[in-house]
Design a protein around this ligand. Structure first.
Ligand code: VAH
Length: 313
């Protein structure tokens, strides 16, 4: 039987590509895209779309009942940099949207949920290198606090009410189809655009700021893979560490210079440096590999080649 899937936050950096991938896999009419505002022309013309406020329980319930939705991907969130500017708006969006979807599942109105966490759940006291799945977690950002709280609620709803919610801790994501918005890792996307447009980029993080990163194709494949996994194999119902590569700004600049030799990088760190400094340099995702056979396909060189090829048009 065909699935019926709702993507909340379908116009965002991940949501856009997730919508495309799920429509290719299950058919356009099986995947309802939704967001607080309309998206790109290509997204809007690729299948059914609903304007939807992720913080409005009744509005989500109406869409779920109308389309007989079985699975919800909740991709709407306010990311780390913007969340520091609007803490209460970020908390409201990130938490109430999650409660809305968890409660729909608790009421048996949806069968399965995907909810994205982030390596932002780790804080300055967390071991920075090869950060383990289970470790000290004292996030020092609004976004990280909301993601750590969300993970606790996901595990609680699974254990207490049998809600089938699945989650991964995304690293910084690099994509070319949509610009990211309000993240601390966004420099790793902006740099490619600026390299092609101006052959130079002023990075808002300093040299040596090594962070976990992932090309979007890997992130989408991981998302679909954990949702396709047999639920009995998923031993972690908070959120799985997920990894592909880690690099510092000067490393991505070097990978770009291999294609654009006269590309120049300068550094002007801003408030996002403190956010980045609180996060791990690399994470250990062996539990994801053990439980649902996760393995990444894109390293930095492959990512840079793919980004420049597609952005050149
Ligand atoms: C951010 N891109 O920068 C997101 C992500 C690990 C970083 O959660 O806020």
């Amino acid at each position: 039987m065909q699935k019926s899937i709702l993507i909340i936050g379908a116009c965002g950096q991940i949501g856009t590509e997730l919508t495309i991938a799920l429509r290719e896999k299950y058919g356009a009419e099986s995947v309802i895209a939704s967001d607080i505002r309309e998206g790109s022309e290509s997204l809007m013309s690729s299948g059914p779309f609903e304007l939807l406020d992720a913080t409005n329980y009744e509005a989500i319930e109406d869409v779920v009942m109308h389309y007989e939705i079985e699975e919800v991907y909740l991709m709407a969130a306010m990311l780390s940099a913007t969340a520091e500017k609007f803490p209460m708006r970020a908390w409201n969006l990130n938490m109430n949207s999650l409660f809305n979807v968890l409660n729909l599942a608790k009421e048996k109105k949806v069968a399965k949920i995907f909810w994205p966490s982030s390596i932002a759940v780790f804080g300055p006291n967390t071991p920075k290198d090869n950060t383990p799945q289970h470790t000290l977690m004292e996030p020092s950002t609004v976004y990280g606090i909301s993601k750590q709280s969300g993970e606790r609620w996901c595990e609680y709803y699974f254990k207490k009410f049998g809600v089938d919610v699945r989650s991964v801790r995304y690293p910084g994501l690099i994509s070319w189809k949509t610009l990211p918005g309000g993240g601390t890792t966004d420099y790793a996307v902006e740099i490619y655009h600026k390299a092609l447009e101006e052959k130079n980029y002023t990075c808002f993080l300093t040299k040596g700021t090594k962070l976990p990163m992932m090309f979007m194709d890997d992130a989408i494949r991981a998302t679909i893979s954990i949702m396709d996994a047999d639920g009995d194999t998923l031993k972690i119902r908070s959120s799985y560490n997920l990894a592909a590569m880690s690099f510092a700004p000067e490393e991505i600049a070097k990978s770009i210079k291999a294609h654009i030799p006269d590309f120049e990088m300068s550094y002007e760190p801003d408030f996002r440096q403190a956010i980045a400094d609180s996060w791990p340099s690399s994470v250990n995702d062996s539990k994801a590999t053990e439980d649902w056979d996760w393995k990444p396909e894109f390293n930095l060189e492959k990512t840079t080649k793919k980004m420049l090829e597609n952005l050149k048009g």
